[in-house]
Design a protein around this ligand. Structure first.
Ligand SMILES: C[S@@+](CC[C@H](N)C(=O)[O-])C[C@H]1O[C@@H](n2cnc3c(N)ncnc32)[C@H](O)[C@@H]1O
Length: 255
């Protein structure tokens, strides 16, 4: 089902799976110190990227001296979890989610919601997303694949969702803000989350670590808010899984 959803989404999006309206994200990618392209990990696995490179539709490298063979590797980033990361998240990082409510902050294409439907028993999976176009795309997918019994998406800024955060059992934040909001807005959003994700024992999954996200903003982690839980990264998830990417997934428990 996840492959079929990815096929549908690939057909409705441009190759870089980004919207013209994502001006902040486009701008931030251009500002990276090395040439960086977005290749969505949910839509394109390594084999598909290889095939597109062979066809000449995609490239893994850029020319250092135009017209010569002197090339360097492009940096790839993904704004979605890949299927192997989703399997790792739901089968190796999180506990049994029966009867629990999971909130994906910034649900974008909906990868976490579809992965959570397939790989977990969460009773409710709620996606929050700023972009109305991605909300429409997710809603079409939820209807087509009949996932609405457990999955719901809201067109909302996380900073308006205090009650949802207060009642969530699991909150997933996969690099939500870095490319999509200016630093001052990111600080405001993190403070809102630290204030409202307070239910004792609730779990928070972040990519990258809280320390990395907050220190880049020179913002302090509220003392006594969460404790980091160990994750076993030494599992084999097939050729497609990238060990370095999995190590970016961190798990915390609200104290
Ligand atoms: C990196 S994507 C995460 C995708 C998805 N959670 C996954 O793991 O596959 C981040 C998304 O968060 C959305 N976003 C950024 N700031 C947000 C906010 N304050 N409230 C809700 N969504 C937000 C962006 O529009 C973007 O689509």
């Amino acid at each position: 089902m996840l492959q079929s959803i990815a096929d549908d989404l690939r057909a409705s999006l441009p190759l870089d799976a980004m919207l013209p309206s994502e001006t902040t994200a486009h701008h931030k990618m251009q500002q990276q110190s090395r040439p960086t392209v977005h290749v969505d990990g949910f839509l394109y696995d390594d084999e598909q990227v290889d095939q597109l490179c062979e066809e000449g539709t995609m490239s893994r490298s850029y020319c250092l001296t135009c017209g010569s063979c002197s090339t360097a590797a492009l940096d790839f980033i993904s704004h979605s979890f890949s299927v192997s990361e989703l399997r790792f998240l739901f089968q190796n990082v999180l506990p049994d989610l029966s009867g629990r409510v999971l909130v994906d902050v910034g649900s974008r294409l909906g990868a976490v919601l579809y992965g959570g439907y397939v790989y977990s028993s969460a009773s409710r999976l709620v996606g929050l997303e700023l972009s109305s176009e991605f909300i429409r795309l997710q809603n079409e997918t939820l209807q087509k694949y009949k996932l609405t019994d457990r999955v719901q998406v809201l067109h909302a800024d996380v900073c308006t969702q205090d009650v949802l955060l207060q009642n969530a059992d699991v909150v997933v934040m996969n690099n939500v803000f870095e490319y999509f909001m200016e630093p001052s807005e990111q600080v405001r959003a993190w403070r809102f989350i630290m204030q409202n994700l307070r239910k004792k024992g609730s779990l928070l999954v972040t990519v990258p670590s809280l320390q990395e996200s907050l220190s880049a903003l020179q913002e302090a982690l509220q003392p006594g808010w969460v404790e980091e839980l160990p994750v076993d990264y030494d599992v084999y998830l097939g050729r497609d899984a990238d060990a370095d990417t999995l190590r970016e997934i961190h798990l915390y428990r609200v104290m």
